[in-house]
Design a protein around this ligand. Structure first.
Ligand code: NAP
Length: 478
């Protein structure tokens, strides 16, 4: 494990990045050493102290520093993108750092929503006179622990850091082991902007080693986590603190007979295969009406054949998945479906962690891939006889992140959206997280709470009220 405070990153960050020492090269142990625990205790203590004075820093000043960090992040876009290519095999063309805009928007939105409070008078509640005035405003929670996943180690860290800071919190970041160097580089940009010492700290190391100690730490006042079912375990252990959990998904794409089929095909391609399917909002199951299924499958196959496969440095469409165990898991899902009678539209091909894109047709509910999240370039197609069958499949999932529906009939689309038990439904487009100020949430095992810039700022604050008690009116005035 490695711990970086504002000062150590500011002083050592450059060396760290130059030497490209991925902190994951530390031999893993599954239990934190007492030294690791000591370091985390120290970090949380420093973070707590830094937060006290940060909370008193005027809102406009906090916003000013965030704008500065946003500009520095944009200047560092190229080296950060390089880290993403090297660490998580993100194709260079996908590794655009949209994070700077997110930070700036967050600064502006923070000024708008945190600058306002509420004024209530008591006589609107039965039995009360006008003797109490209540002033309420939003105040920070304290120390926010941010844990992003490997697939967006920068943007999903920034989407937690910026709202936490504008709201007056301090921040401890536990980056994903794969993606830690990119995350450290990003944190360094915040330090270069001049945030006070100790306000943003970074604890690297394997989640399995240090995660429990961090997430159950009594000094942590809020956890914002994005990842897989690790989040379910964390929410059971974390105790009485606000949680923001963005977890897995099995985003369904329902295609009706009257859909613009070419639009649906492009959306399946982009939604299912971008970043080799390693996106929470990837299209993870296509539910298509039988009458148009042949056309959809044929058109998607024609486009899959044109996807380039290879290393991220060559800007290929399909790049190796993140770990060997991920590749093994994906292979297991494909073999299970094949054995149970699914049609493999392409030859199944794998070299190490590189899996060639694959469409699986005629998938049935008894196959694992109908329900499980492959997180790879593999998209199952289930042919449905009615819209109700599609909605039923979508709602029978343990997940409920996003879904999408393709039809030219807007009335039908709205009714289907209403019936789908997911945090968001996209009409005539693939599921997507952005733009980053839209609400973003999952139901069931896909998460707790809602993200999006405004919702995150609100979530990382609590309401503080001050009640002014006036003398009881004597009714003798005038
Ligand atoms: P993951 O294995 O759950 O890891 C997520 C983060 O948790 C990593 O930083 C990981 O660190 C850390 N971690 C691991 N064990 C921990 C523990 N016991 N306590 C605290 N932290 C711990 O997920 P992933 O493989 O990185 O990401 C893929 C998953 O994320 C998919 O299921 C995907 O759907 C989901 N995802 C969801 C969203 C969304 O917005 N809903 C967005 C993106 C991804 P290490 O790397 O050191 O293990």
């Amino acid at each position: 494990m490695m711990v970086c405070t504002s000062s150590t990153v500011a002083e050592n960050g450059r060396n760290l990045l130059r030497e490209n020492q991925c902190p994951s090269s530390t031999p893993p142990t599954e239990r934190p050493t007492s030294k690791s625990k000591e370091e985390v205790n120290k970090i949380v203590e420093v973070s707590k102290a830094a937060q006290k004075s940060w909370a008193k820093t005027p809102l406009w000043k906090r916003a000013e520093l965030l704008h500065k960090a946003a500009a520095i992040l944009k200047e560092h876009k190229v080296p950060i993108a390089k880290c993403l290519v090297n660490e998580i095999a993100k194709p260079a063309k996908d590794a655009v750092v949209r994070s700077g805009d997110l930070v700036s928007y967050c600064a502006e939105e923070g000024v708008r929503i945190l600058g306002e409070g509420k004024f209530l008078v008591s006589d609107s509640f039965p039995g009360n006179e006008r003797t109490k005035y209540c002033l309420s405003s939003k105040i920070p929670l304290g120390v926010v622990l941010a844990i992003p996943p490997f697939n967006y180690p920068v943007n999903l860290a920034v989407s937690k850091i910026a709202p936490a800071l504008i709201a007056g919190n301090s921040l401890v970041l536990k980056p994903p082991t794969q993606g830690a160097v990119a995350a450290l580089h990003m944190v360094h940009c915040f330090h270069l902007a001049g945030f006070p010492k100790g306000l943003i700290s970074c604890v690297t190391g394997k989640g399995s080693e240090i995660g429990d100690f961090l997430t159950m730490h009594p000094g942590v006042n809020c956890i914002s986590f994005t990842g897989g079912d690790t989040g379910i375990a964390i929410s059971k252990k974390a105790g009485m603190i606000p949680l923001q959990m963005e977890l897995g998904g099995k985003d369904a794409c329902i295609i009706l007979e009257d859909a613009d089929l070419d639009l649906a095909v492009i959306s399946i391609l982009k939604g299912g295969f971008a970043y080799s399917g390693q996106r929470c909002t990837a299209v993870k199951v296509v539910l298509v009406m039988e009458s148009v299924a042949d056309t959809i499958v044929e058109k998607v196959n024609a486009k899959v054949a044109k996807l380039t496969v290879g290393p991220p440095e060559d800007d290929c469409d399909i790049t190796p998945v993140v770990t060997e165990s991920s590749a093994n898991f994906i292979e297991g899902l494909v073999m299970d479906a094949k054995q149970k009678g699914a049609t493999l539209c392409q030859e199944y091909k794998r070299e190490g962690n590189l899996i060639w894109p694959l469409l699986l047709d005629k998938v049935r509910p008894d196959m694992r891939i109908a329900w499980e999240e492959p997180f790879g370039p593999v998209v199952p197609v289930i042919r449905i006889k009615s819209v109700e069958e599609g909605i039923h499949h979508c709602n029978a999932s343990n997940f409920g992140l996003q879904g999408c529906v393709f039809t030219k009939d807007i009335n039908k689309a709205i009714l289907i959206s209403d019936a789908m038990e997911t945090g968001t439904v996209q009409i005539n487009s693939a599921p997507a997280r952005g733009p980053d100020h839209f609400p973003f949430q999952g139901v069931k095992e896909s998460g707790i709470g809602s993200q999006g810039i405004t919702n995150s700022i609100n979530m990382m604050t609590k309401i503080k009220s001050t009640v002014i008690n006036l003398p009881t009116p004597s009714y003798t005035m005038g």
